[in-house]
Design a protein around this ligand. Sequence first.
Ligand SMILES: C[S@@+](CC[C@H](N)C(=O)[O-])C[C@H]1O[C@@H](n2cnc3c(N)ncnc32)[C@H](O)[C@@H]1O
Length: 228
Amino acid sequence: MSEKNSCSNELDNCNSAKETTEINLQNHWEKSYEKDTTQLGWYQESAKESMGLIAKATISKDEKIIDIGSGSSILIDDLLDVGYSNIIASDISASALQNTKNRLSEEELTRVSWMTDDLTEPTELKSLSNIAIWHDRAVFHFLTKEKDRQTYFNLLDNAVASGKYVIIATFNLTGAERCSGLPVQQYDEKGIAKFLGENYQLIEFFDFDYTMPNGGVRPYVYTLFRKK
Ligand SMILES: C[S@@+](CC[C@H](N)C(=O)[O-])C[C@H]1O[C@@H](n2cnc3c(N)ncnc32)[C@H](O)[C@@H]1O
């Protein structure tokens, strides 16, 4: 396995050997957020790659944007900074979302709602509708079972309004094979397009080499789709 695809350093949070089927997913992710979030192998100081695609989606600032598997992502702060007012942050880990809440002002908190839910066994997520942007960075690639991908697609397709947008960023075909101790499925834009099907038109995509806090590189593909 190449250096790029290995999980050699504890700081990339990729050193556990457990498989998805053997672990309680919520406990797993809660535990990963016990660490300093700025040292996690997906931490970003800025979500500028996502924000570039969000700007291309040309929605109004008061339309609904959901960040799926948001963790403690800076994307929420970046969206607030440019005036979005109807943001939903969702994750399986309540403490990950609490980290984001702790950073926000009272005024900013009025513009975000929170959903602690499991994408693979959703409850509250099923109520989503009229979403203008579905954003997912580094979550979809953890769904290595067909039934989980189907559940994810049903949620997405039910939630996203016609004419609106889906942004999915995953490890690309040259990217890592595991992260956070879990296996991942790698994609290129064609693979994500095939998953979404013909009702979603690929608008833009690019490869991006993300540098982790420990200096290791994780190659991603970013994609923007429009639902017909
Ligand atoms: C690699 S992190 C990415 C976090 C965030 N999107 C970012 O870019 O910083 C993956 C996130 O997906 C969440 N997650 C993993 N499996 C999930 C599931 N089945 N349902 C909901 N969230 C999940 C984890 O808790 C974690 O916050």
